[in-house]
Design a protein around this ligand. Structure first.
Ligand code: ZN
Length: 163
């Protein structure tokens, strides 16, 4: 790839860094690991991978990416959904995890930590950092989160499930 093309790709990544995850408005789609690939043949093609199958946010994300690029002069935008390899929470950057915690959502454990419990459990309460937490509901504010409550500070919080 030529230098000119590389910087063009970088500019598109920069634009996509301004597109936020609709369910977690502090994390952009690049940090989430949703954007897989960008191709500049035939306009712009963006390959995205759903965070989990049937995630209702994916349509919103595809539309937001399209709108962002079109608003910035890229008229030919194609969104390609890549289903394999599947997205896992391991693709989230450390920066994204830190932002998630700061937003009050416990970040997913690395899936390799405990294979017998694929969804994992939050390692600590995002509010007081206590490890003493209890599952309240398998589904939190969205299907990809579970609702926990901290036994120490009694604060309920969302846990971004591992998958
Ligand atoms: Zn707590």
């Amino acid at each position: 790839m030529s230098t000119a093309q590389l910087s063009k790709t970088q500019k598109i990544f920069d634009l996509l860094s301004e597109v936020m995850d609709p369910e977690i408005p502090v994390i952009n789609v690049v940090e989430m690991g949703i954007v897989k690939d960008i191709s500049l043949e035939d306009g712009v093609s963006v390959s995205i991978t759903p965070t989990y199958s049937g995630c209702p946010a994916m349509n919103i994300i595809a539309t937001d990416i399209k709108t962002k690029l079109q608003d910035n002069g890229h008229t030919e935008v194609k969104i390609i959904e890549v289903l394999s390899p599947a997205w896992t929470t391991d693709l989230m950057t450390d920066e994204a995890r830190a932002k998630l915690e700061a937003y009050g959502i416990a970040s997913p454990n690395r899936s390799s930590v405990n294979n017998s419990d694929p969804v994992g459990t939050p390692k600590e309460c995002p509010n007081c950092k206590s490890a003493n937490t209890k599952l309240k509901s398998h589904f939190g504010s969205t299907p990809c989160k579970a609702l926990y409550v901290c036994v120490d500070c009694l604060e309920p919080f969302d846990y971004f499930k591992c998958h």
